[in-house]
Design a protein around this ligand. Structure first.
Ligand SMILES: Cc1cc2nc3c(=O)[nH]c(=O)nc-3n(C[C@H](O)[C@H](O)[C@H](O)COP(=O)(O)O)c2cc1C
Length: 432
């Protein structure tokens, strides 16, 4: 790993001039788009493929490969939908990019549109992100006025329209096909796949869906080259800079940019270490859906493949740190409440299973559990895993399975004591 890492995606954070088109251009902005427009669209796709860039929204799918799935024919329009829904608990990285450097995202979207010949881009943004939406709208207007968007992008003859589309605050609308339904004005319920969005996406037409952070990497890959991008990271399959949103019992929670593959220990140190010098008990490496890890994984490299090998996932790289005062049963019960609330109810395993998991965990936490509850939880997980229409079901079982597998003694303690052995923070007193 390089000794000194210069931020790439967040280099303009804290520079208010980046919020204006003039300032962004003075900082080197839109050079990537100008360069891309001189290339063949396929050469742009090849460069992104070569860089090894993997999606930063959760699944880690190679971005260039996804773009290459878009059919070449002209019989249907093509779309890019940028996923700015950012609703995974613990995740707050895309907001930083949109609030501080909106043109970086617009530039990344424009390059992607050029590469796949899409004339329309929607930035689907989480309903609660009012500030980000206002900033993006303002930046879009400036880009239109300067001829960066519209009928003749930078005088190249390429036509591109870009819109901000605001969601209404549902986690399921971050799932790519739920998002497409919502974009089309329908209830945000995931579609059966296949067909995949690259073939039948928005309004029945081929569509690329990429996360905000994924697209923000693109201008840098085009200006600095795939080899530069590949020089950052763990290996050929885990490349580039990465944003990690770190929260919980750390001294300085926040969004940090590191080379992908930094160890959890290094990341924790960069965030000021454990809050009040307390002991690390557990951490979630990739948002609420990721199985929980224990301190024996403190030297884990935080990249897609290494975290997967350790039995969890990098997901959205939302790192939630828990100290020795944390009740694991209560934490997982709280996550299950979230998934139950956010399940769209369309398919039975997820609708019923997330409800059962919340009920069983809630009774365990309140001292009403039985010795059979661990097995019962695993059996519910089995009935959801791989059986639900979208990945929300699999997401919901990640923390529950890891609680049973990795913290069995804590469940036993709750059953034996007929009460939660941990102090109950005041904010739980209103019944949460
Ligand atoms: C329940 C659920 C919620 C999701 N929420 C988000 C989200 O808020 N933002 C996001 O980028 N991806 C989210 N995803 C992943 C998207 O479905 C999709 O994989 C991603 O937007 C693709 O972009 P990428 O390849 O650039 O990562 C979610 C997936 C699921 C199953």
């Amino acid at each position: 790993m390089a000794a000194k890492f210069e931020p790439v995606l967040t280099r303009n954070v804290g520079k208010p001039e980046a919020l204006t088109l003039k300032g962004y251009r003075q900082l080197g902005g839109y050079e990537g788009l100008a360069k891309a427009l001189t290339m063949e669209p396929d050469a742009v796709i090849d460069e992104v493929k070569k860089s090894g860039l993997r999606g930063r929204g959760g699944a880690g799918f190679p971005a260039g490969m996804k773009w290459s799935f878009i059919p070449k024919g002209k019989d249907k329009p093509k779309y890019l939908v940028c996923n700015a829904d950012e609703s995974e608990p613990g995740t707050f990285k895309d907001r930083l990019l949109m609030e501080n450097d909106p043109h970086q995202l617009i530039e990344g979207c424009a390059i992607c549109c050029f590469a796949v010949s899409a004339a329309t881009c929607y930035i689907y943004i989480r309903g609660e992100y009012t500030k980000s939406a206002v900033i993006l709208e303002r930046a879009l207007k400036e880009a239109y006025d300067a001829g960066i968007l519209g009928d003749n992008v930078l005088g190249s003859g390429f036509k591109l329209n870009m819109y901000v589309h605001r969601g209404a605050g549902a986690y399921i609308c971050g799932e790519e096909t739920g998002m497409l339904e919502s974009l089309e004005g329908k209830r945000g319920q995931p579609r059966v796949k296949p067909p995949f969005p690259a073939v039948v996406g928005a309004f029945g037409a081929p569509t690329v869906i990429n996360n905000v952070e994924t697209l923000c990497n693109v201008p840098h890959i085009i200006t600095r080259g795939a080899d530069w991008f590949k020089s950052i990271g763990t290996d050929e399959k885990n490349t580039g800079p990465k944003l990690y949103a770190i929260s919980g019992h750390v001294d300085r929670p926040g969004t940090y940019e590191h080379p992908i593959g930094i160890t959890f220990r290094e990341m924790l140190d960069a965030a000021g270490g454990m809050w009040h010098g307390r002991q690390l008990k557990a951490f979630i490496p990739g948002g609420a859906s990721a199985p929980i890890l224990k301190p024996d994984q403190i030297d884990l490299k935080m990249d897609f493949d290494t975290v997967a090998k350790a039995g969890s996932m990098l997901g959205s790289a939302a790192v939630i740190v828990m100290d020795e005062t944390t009740c694991m049963v209560r934490s997982v019960a709280r996550l299950s409440k979230f998934f139950n609330h956010e399940s769209c109810g369309q398919c039975t395993p997820c609708r019923e299973g997330t409800n059962w998991m919340e009920l069983v965990l809630d009774r365990l936490e309140h001292g009403e559990g039985t010795e059979r509850d661990s097995q019962l939880l695993l059996s519910i997980c089995k009935n959801i895993g791989g059986q639900s229409l979208c990945a929300l079901g699999d997401a919901a079982i990640g923390p529950v399975k890891s609680l049973v597998d990795r913290f069995p003694e804590e469940i036993e303690q709750h059953v034996r004591n007929r009460a939660c052995p941990f102090p109950r923070p005041r904010y739980f007193e209103n019944g949460a």
